[in-house]
Ligand binder design. Structure first.
Ligand code: ADP
Ligand code: ADP
Ligand code: ZN
Length: 213
């Protein structure tokens, strides 16, 4: 099964991706996690991506599309993959469609997680992430058992540079301008399902599970 998770920054894509990849045994591909990994390693791609991420802007399409299409061609994606944070605009979606067509693969479902802007702000400003396994936590909604430490791997938790109010605003504007048109794009293709993201993570997961099974 090949899936796309669509949603604004803070909608809960990373949180739901963990449930989905565990349930269906499919590879979780998070474009933002990949960019942050390369930035931490100091690679050319990573540093270039970081200059955009720090401003809350999208990384240019050629770099992003290349990175993801290479990753989707990896062996562990043969049994299925889950795209989290890609595509984020029409050009990326078209590039993905063209690449999948060549290999005879399709996207089975696009899961759109819908959350209001006020709620997104609260989620992003309270988000803490594991440096080692990227699991997201929230200081109020979903705190770790031990402050500053990941429940799953004991890794150190940190707040992302771009989870600051001014940058969050830019990211939401980018979402509305560039990513929202994908809702119509995939609705027309007939494989979009919408889930109410303003429920507990467990309830959101039950809704998603019912829609993609
Ligand atoms: P995204 O990957 O879409 O940016 P995350 O999964 O990282 O979103 O979630 C953003 C923040 O909101 C995190 O702090 C996370 O713990 C919290 N969160 C995720 N899902 C929910 C939910 N259903 N209700 C409340 N908080 C949530
Ligand atoms: P979010 O929690 O906002 O969903 P991500 O980790 O998915 O965060 O993305 C963080 C940043 O990485 C984005 O603001 C953007 O700069 C960059 N990025 C991630 N995915 C893409 C993409 N598909 N196209 C362009 N830029 C991307
Ligand atoms: Zn961890």
């Amino acid at each position: 099964m090949n899936l796309i998770l669509l949603g604004a920054p803070g909608a809960g894509k990373g949180t739901q991706a963990a449930y989905l990849s565990a349930e269906f045994g499919i590879a979780h591909i998070a474009s933002g996690d990949l960019f942050r990994k390369y930035a931490a390693q100091g690679t050319k791609l990573g540093l270039e991506a970081k200059s955009y991420m720090d401003k809350g802007q999208l990384v240019p399409n050629p770099i992003t599309i290349n990175m993801i299409l290479e990753r989707v061609a990896d062996k562990d994606c043969a049994a299925g993959f889950l795209l989290d944070g890609f595509p984020r605009n029409i050009e990326q979606a078209e590039a993905l469609d063209a690449a999948l067509k060549k290999t005879g693969k399709i996207i089975d479902r696009v899961v759109y997680i819908k959350v209001s802007n006020d709620e997104l702000l609260k989620r992003l400003s309270g988000r803490w992430i594991c440096r080692d396994c990227q699991t997201p936590y929230h200081e109020v909604n979903n705190p770790p058992k031990t402050k500053g430490k990941c429940d799953k791997c004991s890794g150190e938790l940190y707040q992302r540079d771009d989870d600051k109010p001014a940058t969050i605003q830019n990211r939401l504007v980018e979402f509305n301008k560039q990513t929202e048109p994908l809702i119509e794009y995939y609705t027309k293709k007939g494989n979009l399902v919408e889930v109410n993201g303003t429920q507990t993570p467990e309830k959101v997961w039950l809704d998603i599970k019912a829609m993609v099974s």
